[in-house]
Design a protein around this ligand. Structure first.
Ligand SMILES: [Cu+2]
Length: 163
């Protein structure tokens, strides 16, 4: 019993430290899952270990086409529902709101889904995601395009760039 308590305390400390060192301007890493379908490319896609019942997926999405595209929905093998969220900072209070119109990717532009910003929310994750696991998602776009990704699972705040 005592040993479990110590390990638990260490885990909490680890989570706390990784939160402290999480970047305020995170950036998707070049590693992670990538996929391309026509003019839409995704790089640096990953999911984080569960925070409570939920996990988040982050990535960079670029549009090399001449017309805007819009990410409108997502689904996941391990989570239901899977929603599009944006974290908002209201006078220092962070809250997540559903991105009901999805995320536009401008023509010849790109958007980043990153911690403290836009993300794919994996809700009610059915299993305990651990670092080294993978989890599958499908991104649905306004044009009808669907892009499947197998995401590596990482610690939150492990975007991989030091200070
Ligand atoms: Cu969220």
């Amino acid at each position: 019993m005592k040993k479990t308590g110590v390990i638990f305390t260490k885990l909490i400390t680890l989570l706390f430290v990784s939160t402290l060192f999480a970047c305020s301007t995170p950036s998707a890493t070049p590693s992670g899952a990538s996929a391309t379908d026509g003019v839409i490319s995704i790089v640096g896609a990953y999911a984080t270990i569960n925070a409570g019942p939920n996990s988040s997926a982050y990535m960079m999405i670029s549009n090399n086409g001449d017309t805007p595209e819009r990410l409108i929905a997502a689904s996941a093998t391990d989570a239901n529902p899977t929603t599009l969220h944006e974290t908002q900072n209201n006078n220092g209070v962070m809250s997540m709101v559903a991105a009901r119109d999805g995320f536009e990717i401008p023509a010849r532009g790109k958007i980043e889904l990153a911690p403290s910003g836009k993300h794919v929310m994996l809700e009610n994750v059915k299993r305990n995601l651990k670092v080294g696991d993978t989890t599958a998602i499908v991104l649905k776009f306004q044009s009808g395009k669907e892009i499947a990704l197998t995401l590596p699972v990482r610690e939150p705040g492990s975007a991989g760039h030091g200070h």
